[in-house]
Design a protein around this ligand. Sequence first.
Ligand code: MG
Length: 285
Amino acid sequence: MIYILKMKTIHLIFLYLTFSALQLSAQDIPTLDWDALQETKPWEATELYDPAPPKVTPSLFHSPPSDAIVLFDGEDLEAWHKPQYTYEGANMEILKAMIAKDDDEYKHPAADWIVKDGVFIVKQGSGAIETKEAFGSMQLHLEFLSPYDPGKEGQAYSNSGVFLMGLYEIQILNNYENTTYSNGQVGSVYKQHIPLVNASRPPGEWQSYDIIFNAPVFSRYGKLKSPATVTVIHNGVLIQNHVELRGPTVYIGQPNYTPHAAELPLRLQDHGDAVRYRNIWVRRL
Ligand code: MG
């Protein structure tokens, strides 16, 4: 009798767990009440202003080497399309739901940013674009220009960003004579690593990033085996020296890893500013 009761209890627990798991997988991606959040501004808790990286005078651009995959050569955005989700994760809860729901069968709309005179320009308010091809560890070169826009300041002055694997942001911002929190300025691993120096050129001038990225590695059970690392050279100057990432970029709260594919598309952020891009190429590592 006791044995039958025990078996029934185990059976009920099993049914409950299965039901909970189904409920979880059916959940929609949560959203944030931005109006309510304006009261407490929880993002400010992770903004650091000290130290402010010192300024240095920079240089340098280069064309693709023979083994590079060219992602933009001045002609068109054929290598790009719009991602399934256009907002990069505000916090880990949203990000985990986005990763869990990403769907290989999704039909991506074409990238609609503006191609003009051999460069392309963020179409303000249209959302991010991402590469059709997925990449893991890579060497990436890209060139960007922050338009001169007096009156803008802080995070609102030429904000965009390179999201490695669509998850890990290297910030793009005009910080030539524009201060913001140090771990959110140009060349920061956003809210994780302050750049060693500020190698910015003035707005209106082209700048380069050379990025060496090692993707995180997960075990088959989803346990983190090794974190992502990144090295960033801004205008020929080392600004991030093989730093370890704590997880995907989040705007609110602390990052932590969530298992994902070994290769994912590279993403460029639309933050509402007409940042220009040219000469983008990548080499798989
Ligand atoms: Mg950004």
